[in-house]
Design a protein around this ligand. Sequence first.
Ligand SMILES: CC(C)(COP(=O)(O)OP(=O)(O)OC[C@H]1O[C@@H](n2cnc3c(N)ncnc32)[C@H](O)[C@@H]1OP(=O)(O)O)[C@@H](O)C(=O)NCCC(=O)NCCS
Length: 416
Amino acid sequence: MISNGHNSGNGPLKGIRVLDMTVWQFGPMSAAMMGDMGADVIKIEALDGDAGRGLWRASTLNMDLGEGRNAYFEACNRNKRGIAVNLKTAEGQRIIHKLVEDADVFVQNYRQGVAERLGVGYETLSKINPMLVYGSGNGYGPNGPDSHLPSFDGCGQARAGLMMSATTPGAEYPTRISQGVSDQMGAIMLCLGVLSALVCRSQQGIGQKVEASHLSANMWLQGLGISMSLLNEGRSFSSYDREAPTNPLSNLYKCKDGRCIQLMHLQPDPYWRPLARVMGMDDIVDDPRFTDMRARAEHAVDLVRIMDDKFATKTADEWDAIFREFEVDFIYAKVQAIEELEHDVQVVANDYISEFDHPVLGDVKMCNHPNKYSETPAGIWREAPELGQHTEQILIDELGYDWDGIKDLQDAGAIL
Ligand SMILES: CC(C)(COP(=O)(O)OP(=O)(O)OC[C@H]1O[C@@H](n2cnc3c(N)ncnc32)[C@H](O)[C@@H]1OP(=O)(O)O)[C@@H](O)C(=O)NCCC(=O)NCCS
């Protein structure tokens, strides 16, 4: 089976070259998204490689796939070629400067000052290529006393308020969401920033530097809530309380088999009667405590108890079937775990998880690029590179080095 059937050469970023000097997840995922969209992404690593190659475990998941392959690195670096260059040598810097001449984008997510020390800061690269779009990911933003500090996923979740937003009232500790969401959000925002700067370049004829941070991205993930709080004189947004929600028709309920259903009727009044009917709550349909949204908010604790009892009489699949057969389209979803997603009919129908023929690992599945482009499809078409896999190819074919030149670079410790 090859890739996902998409034409890898025809994505929306076809013809865009990205130099991707990123590490771990935040930066690499942003460039992988550009690769999904058909950009020619060249990952630039130090001679000892992106530290993400060495991540052997994430929570309970073993990252080692055998054959020197690592699940974390594979997912963060698909759709890229790879070059290993020691930027602490003048020769190494020269290689990257030559690549920059013809590149559209340069992305990095090192700590503030690192790129400048390595001769690949924005000031230097924009002199070589003034039309360059330079993306930079960092922990807490480019300005301020903490702009130089290191940061990983949990730091972003903690500082941006995301952990508190995910925490059930009364819990002893804040909740840290798994799956690297804070890094992923940083990646998405960095990618968005780069794409906007590319549009700006084509409209206004200028290159520029665009910066995203864990703090900014994860604040923006909650941007509506933060803004609404600020518009309410800074009062904080209280955590969601399942037992006493403002709207019991937009609430989480546990079914007989322990699985949960999330009801999501934000305009609940038209749904009250049909829901009461379908759930066998005819006796309370006209109960004045529940007949409209305000009354239900006031008596939410009572209604949630009644609905808890009702949901507990059938499994989630049984409720799902009953809701689907009814003449009203109720707004709800069964709560699913990550392992269930590959079997979800919508995930399958929309290719949200894609199969890919990996030259070393065989057929593998990965989460696909999230957007569908009608004319220029995105997808997964290349495995993550081995360390320095394409160094020689790129030096010879694209920068005009010969084998003697390559030997000189090796002797100088600039490449492997
Ligand atoms: C990820 C992070 C915590 C790692 O911190 P770190 O391991 O201390 O690494 P730094 O970023 O400070 O520096 C990386 C080192 O690699 C070196 N390096 C990187 N690429 C190199 C190359 N091609 N050639 C030679 N050296 C290279 C740098 O010069 C630096 O070494 P130095 O300090 O001796 O100059 C930090 O980079 C960071 O906070 N980044 C911003 C937030 C972020 O993206 N976090 C990751 C989320 S997934």
